[in-house]
Design a protein around this ligand. Structure first.
Ligand code: PLP
Length: 387
């Protein structure tokens, strides 16, 4: 990408592992691809049919630039019914997916050189999104020894004059860990003490297997300093519709909307109609999805923990990823993923893709059925780590 016709800001290769692995995977016939967080299940018929009906009724145009008014009301209703949070209309914005939404938020809040503390290991795009918004990434490492929870003193030690925000993601990609109430309170206390924003990526909320999801904005003092990005991609198996919403204090949202006005104007009208049907029918749609993924996660964790030299957190807490500890094999994350690909034809992501503290792990996505997972773990169990 180094070319005089391209801005020097983009000379460094920032292609995600997800994009790279899609290319490698295409070359192996019996490949089991556990690298990508894009579920095998397709969107529920009630959503597809509802969206199609609405498209035929004329919902094919730009919508209100803040989002289809019906969808925004449906989101307000959702937050009231699920979390007993009363949102005002000017706190709700419909964005074209969470990735784009997070980028908009970072552009809206950061001055050049402002620091954003990023919980690591993390979704691979956050650091790039911060840099694209001319911010500086400050790694906040979390470790398995500590259940990948937050060490309050360590977090506090990272705060400087330039700290603008902390990005959190629970349930987490890639660790599958959910922050406990203690951790959420510690983060909230620090955010309040130093007047820092929390950017909460709430994309896997339904996949909370032990405790119901608890939004950090519900903690007293947090509503005015939390920006929540909540996508339909994973909870509703709607990755391709590219639809999400942002909940934020009105002054922040006004800046987000101003930027979006010139970047996208409005999210896809048909996808917004699909999101309305998703929310209206969620009680019929979500339980089956969650059951399927919970079964997969438990099956995977049990099988992984029976394979010598590798292990994972048990019982699974959330999301649909297993962050497998491979330290006992003596291989690095990259070496393990290479061996897995070459000898077992399984594509997984090396843990260091998600931050330096992810070294010694690989991530697999349970985005295939138990039958395919079974084959994957049968193959994995035959790997010889003595050579
Ligand atoms: N945030 C996290 C933590 C993710 O894991 C992903 C996708 O894997 C995204 C955001 C992207 O979400 P969207 O499809 O809404 O852009």
């Amino acid at each position: 990408m180094k070319h005089r016709h391209i801005s020097k800001r983009y000379w460094k290769d920032k292609t995600t592992s997800m994009a790279k692995s899609a290319l490698i995977g295409a070359e192996i016939d019996d490949l089991i691809n556990l690298s990508i967080g894009d579920p095998d299940l397709i969107t529920h018929d009630l959503i597809i049919e509802g969206a199609l009906r609405d498209a035929k009724l004329g919902h094919t145009k730009y919508t209100d630039y803040r989002g289809d008014p019906e969808l925004r009301l449906e989101i307000i209703k959702f937050y009231k019914e699920e979390y007993d949070i009363d949102l005002e209309e000017d706190e709700v914005f419909v964005s074209s997916a969470a990735s784009y939404g997070m980028s908009l938020v970072l552009q809206a809040i950061l001055d050049d050189g402002d620091e954003v503390i990023v919980q690591r290991p993390c979704y691979t795009s956050y650091p790039y999104q911060v840099e694209l918004a001319r911010g500086v990434v400050v790694d906040f490492n979390t470790y398995e020894e500590n259940g990948f929870q937050v060490d309050r003193e360590y977090l506090e030690s990272l705060i400087t004059e330039r700290t603008k925000a902390i990005i959190i993601n629970t349930p987490s990609n890639p660790t599958g860990v959910c922050f406990d109430r203690h951790t959420l309170q510690d983060i909230a206390d620090i955010a309040i003490k130093y007047d820092i924003l929390i950017l909460a990526d709430d994309i896997y909320t339904e996949f909370s297997f032990q405790e119901p999801f608890y939004p950090i904005m519900k903690i007293p003092g947090m509503r005015e300093r939390t920006v929540t990005v909540n996508s339909f991609s994973k909870n509703f198996m709607m990755t391709g519709w590219r639809i999400a919403n942002i909940i934020a204090p009105p002054h922040i949202l006004a800046a987000v909307i101003q930027i979006n006005d010139h970047m996208m104007y409005s999210a896809s009208s048909v996808s917004q109609r699909a999101a309305i049907h998703a929310l209206r029918h969620r009680k019929e749609i979500i339980p089956d999805i969650v059951k399927e993924f919970k079964d997969r996660m438990f099956y995977a964790a049990e099988r992984i923990n029976k394979i010598p030299k590798i292990s994972t957190i048990y019982p699974p807490q959330g999301a649909f990823y297993q962050f497998i500890n491979i330290k006992e094999t003596g291989l690095t994350s990259e070496e393990f993923s290479d061996k897995l690909l070459r000898e077992a034809h399984i594509l997984a992501l090396p843990g260091n893709d998600f931050g330096d503290c992810g070294e010694g792990y690989i991530r697999i996505a349970c985005t295939v059925g138990v039958d395919v997972l079974k084959e994957a773990f049968d193959r994995m169990g035959k790997l010889d780590f003595t050579k």
